[in-house]
Structures are given as C-alpha cells and as structure tokens.
Design a protein around this ligand. Structure first.
Ligand code: MSP
Length: 521
C-alpha cells in the first residue's frame, strides 16, 4: 500500500447549529476527496466536532444539562448534517472520544518530558466567545473591546505555557521555503508578514480546572485542563495515531499502545480551514508537530467566508442560509453545485437567493439538464435507444476538458473545474443547435449523419457524468442510470472517449433538474 491522500476539514464547535459556512467547507473537502478517489488514489478524509471549552460548558449549563449529554445530543444533529450533505468522510472525530483524549494526553506528556512547557502567572484579558486571550492590540482606541470578542474578562491565574517563541526562526523559514504550505498566496503573505514583524509569544495551553472543568486534564497537573485549541488541533493526528497509522508510530513514546495496520495517512496533504483560524494552523500546529518529531502537513488551504445579501451570517439578525432547507427545496446537488461554482477557494462569497435561482435555472436546468434530456430523448425517439457507431466530432473537446479539469483540480481550482465542465455542456448544446438532429431525422438520406450526432451527444453526457461525479455524485449516477450503464461514474478512467458501446440500449429520459423559473417568479 502507498500513502493515502490525507484531507481534513476544521472540526466544528458543537454548540450552535450547522450553517452555510460549515456546509461549504465540507462540500469543498468532499469534492477534493472524491476527485482524488476518482483518479484511483486512496484517500483518508477526516471531519468531526470540537466539543470542549468554555462555550460548550456555558451552553450546557444554560440548559441545565451536563456538557457530555449536551454534546452527545448535538453530535447526532451534526453527524446527520454531514450525511445529508453527501460527505464521503472516512472517519468522524469527536474530541470527547477516549481515542482522541488518550492521544492528547500522551502528546502532552511527551512535550512535558521534553521541557517544552513551563508554569507561570498570567494576567490579562480573555474572550470566552473566541476562546482566546487578548492583548492590548485587540483593544479599540477608546479602551473598549470590539463586539467580535463578546464578553471580555480580566484574569489573573497560574497556567502552563508552551515555549512557542523559540520556534519563530525555523517556522518562518519553513513557510518561506515551502510555497505550497499556506494557500492561497494572500493568506501566506499575511502569515509571513506577521512572523517577520512580530515576536512570537509563548502559548498558554491550560485552563484551571476550577474555572473550566470541561476539557482534557493535563496528565502532569490535574488541577488544569487542556486549552481547547491545543486539544482540537491534535484531532488531525489523534485519529490516524489511534487507528495505528504507521506514519505516527513511535512518536508518542513506547507507552502509547496502538493497533497495527492502520491507514497510511500521515502526514496530512491538505488541511482545509476558514481564513479566521489560519493562525492556529499556521503557527501553533506546525510547532506542536515539530517538537513531537512528526512530519508537517503539506498544505493549509484557507477558504473565505460566506455572507448573505452582503451582510455577515448571524442567527440573531436572522441573516442565515439553512443548507438543509435549501436542499429540501432544490436538491442536494444543486446546493453542492452552487457553493462550489459561486465561490473560489480563497475570497469571501455572497449568497443571494436570486443568484442561486439564476444558476439553477441557467446552468443546471437549461444547461446540463436540457442537454442530457434532449440527448437521451432523441436517441430513444430516432433510434429506439440503441447506441450507433462511435463518432469523434466532440472527442477532442471532451479530451481537453478532462485534461484541463484534472489540472485545475490539482491546484484546488474547483470553481475553475466547473467552469471548464460547463464549457463542454455549452459546446454540446451548441452542437445540437448547429447539427439540428430534429431536421436530420426528417431526411432518410441523412441517417448516417444523425447516427454520428446522436453518438456524440450521448457520449458527451456519459463523460460529463464522470467529470461531475466528485461535485454532484447523485446527478452523475442519475445520468449513468438513464444511459443504463452499470456501476457508478466514479473513476476518471471512464472519461475516455468511446466508452459507450455501439448496440447498447440506453434507458428513458428523466429530468435531472425540474425547472422552477415559472413557479418562483
Ligand atoms: N472548532 C474550531 C476549529 C478547530 S479545527 C482544529 C472552529 N469551529 S467553527 O465551528 O467556528 O468553524 C468551523 C469552520 O467553519 C472553520 O473553518 C470556519 O472558518 C468555518 N466557517 C464558519 N463560518 C463561516 C462562514 N460564514 N463562511 C465560511 N466558512 C465559515 O473554528
């Protein structure tokens, strides 16, 4: 076996309910995972939940529940959300699971033994909402705190610190010499700018258990629990380690027992995260791994944030997009298509219901849906559904699309890949308009030409199913079903021209995307 492509999403805070931002990140990761599998690569795709910390403890208290039962209840909802988005994750991590906690504690013991921690008094300001300490820089000029931080409290307490500061030089060099480590470029420059100009402070990695009990106890000082970010970041390592990934073997010391034969996943290929949590991943995480002696992830890929109608998503103002409601009305694949097509990985995006509807009608119903529907219908009507001899009219364009989308996906250009696929959709629709099969059908002398045209159309539909499978697995499967092809369109190798065998009989047309323009306007 060779190393799997290891891909992760951020793990979501379990409090609150899943929204568009969470859904987007998972769909993007899922497209990346499926695209790799389609090319024959073995993938390890991890997502899950971040369940410790003060926010969760407070939310549970407000409901008169224990944090554990609160998390267990919400975890059901979050897992269901992941399933309803059609996410093909291999594992789902909850940071309250013993398999995760055991690794966090082993790692803490290791780092403690290696003198990477020290105890000191802390005096300063803390934002519970963001689970982070603040500095004077975070203060407004008038001394107040920005609402982003929520309630800010002043604390004086002893805590454990991670000697992060001494790692600035190599970290900076690592980022400078590994241009792919932080993507996109704008985010990389932000981190470089920060590391070049500001001294890296040591990181507080504990919270006194007296104040916050909902966390993983420090194995070397039970009066403390682990800082939630230190705990959460480790999820990317804990699951492969707990499963016995050979890439993690031995790193936690001889006391750590793990099964053998786990996934060959470590180190991660891509950590997909939102731009707001880049610093945790670009600074704390590599240093944690370095001191552990673990190989570093190849890429931190930071996506932008969604807004709706030009304003921040916010439950309190009601400015929200409920992905499950959108899916109930328009279908899962329409949702998956829109979020990936609308927003490239990097910049911020803006959801508008009109924009969604416009893409649905123009690109899905009238574009792809119409092409498949008329191609299948015409082959049934004019040739009883029997595939004619192979013809090559659209073969060069199809091959170019396969090549270019593969290249786009290689550099995480998911939006670009969809634009390219729609280039082929539009070309095939234009081909219908140019060749006019309905006119050819009226003239028996044009029978051979009609055969050629029909072959090109159904074969393009088949190839589109293969190209679209990572993005819209259900739609891709439905195209295959209409063509009465066995199996799923889940291997890119199937996209070679000429796969539809002459003499094969296809099925009946079934609309992929019912038109909604009339009902909605
Ligand atoms: N628990 C931490 C992550 C720990 S990873 C070791 C966390 N959780 S979160 O629930 O707040 O966010 C989860 C992910 O969703 C993050 O990558 C975040 O950037 C993303 N998004 C949250 N709101 C978003 C939008 N409005 N738009 C796009 N993504 C957003 O942070």
């Amino acid at each position: 076996m060779s190393k799997r492509f290891y891909l992760t999403t951020a793990i979501d805070y379990v409090n609150g309910s899943p929204h568009l931002g969470h859904a987007y990140e998972k769909v993007v990761a899922d497209v990346m995972a499926r695209a790799r599998r389609s090319r024959g690569e073995a993938v390890f795709f991890l997502t899950g939940l971040d369940e410790h910390g003060q926010k969760v403890q407070q939310a549970a208290q407000e409901r008169g529940q224990s944090p554990k039962s609160y998390c267990d209840e919400l975890a059901v909802q979050w897992r269901d959300f992941v399933a309803r988005l059609g996410i093909s994750n291999d594992e789902f991590v909850r940071t309250t699971e013993p398999r995760h906690q055991r690794v966090v504690q082993a790692l803490l013991s290791r780092l403690h033994a290696g003198d990477h921690f020290y105890k000191a008094e802390y005096r300063g300001f803390y934002s519970v909402k963001e689970e982070t300490f603040l500095t004077e820089k975070d203060r407004n000029p008038d001394g107040t705190w920005h609402p982003q931080w929520g309630e800010v409290t002043e604390l004086v307490e002893e805590n454990w610190y991670f000697r992060l500061g001494r790692h600035q030089a190599w970290l900076l060099e690592h980022i400078e010499t590994h241009p792919d480590f932080i993507q996109p470029e704008t985010r990389r420059n932000e981190v470089l700018g920060f590391l070049r100009t500001q001294p890296l402070a040591d990181l507080c990695i504990s919270r006194p258990a007296a104040r916050l009990s909902w966390g993983i106890p420090l194995p070397f000082d039970p009066a403390y629990v682990t800082y939630v970010w230190f705990d959460a970041l480790v999820n990317y390592f804990s699951i492969p380690a707990a499963l016995g990934d050979p890439g993690t073997a031995g790193l936690l010391g001889p006391e750590f027992q793990a099964p053998t034969g786990g996934p060959e996943a470590w180190p991660p290929d891509v950590h997909l995260i939102g731009k707001d949590i880049l610093k945790f991943h670009a600074v704390y995480w590599p240093v944690m791994l370095k001191v552990l002696g673990a190989p570093l992830p190849a890429t931190l890929l930071a996506h932008g944030w969604w807004q709706k109608d030009g304003a921040k998503l916010s439950k309190s103002t009601g400015n929200v997009v409920d992905p499950l409601a959108v899916i109930a009305e328009w279908g899962l694949d329409a949702f998956r298509y829109y979020v990936v097509r609308e927003l490239d990985i990097g910049p911020d995006g803006n959801w508008t219901d009109d924009g969604f509807r416009a893409r649905y009608n123009a690109e899905l119903a009238n574009g792809l849906g119409n092409l498949v529907n008329r191609s299948v219908s015409m082959l049934r009507k004019y040739r009883g559904g029997v595939v004619p001899a192979v013809s090559q009219d659209l073969a060069p364009e199809a091959a170019a699309t396969v090549r270019d989308t593969t290249a786009a996906l290689d550099h995480h250009g998911l939006q670009e890949a969809l634009v390219l696929v729609w280039g082929l959709v539009n070309r095939a629709n234009q081909y219908v308009d140019q060749t006019r099969p309905f006119t050819l059908a009226k003239d028996p002398a044009q029978a051979a030409r009609l055969d050629e045209v029909l072959y090109n159309l159904v074969e393009v539909c088949r190839i589109l199913a293969v190209l679209l499978w990572p993005f819209m697995p259900d739609t891709a499967g439905r195209i295959f079903a209409q063509l009465r092809l066995e199996g799923a369109p889940d291997r890119l190798a199937l996209a070679a021209w000429g796969g539809l065998a002459p003499g094969h009989t296809i099925g009946d047309p079934v609309p992929l995307f019912p038109r909604k323009d009339l009902a909605k306007s």
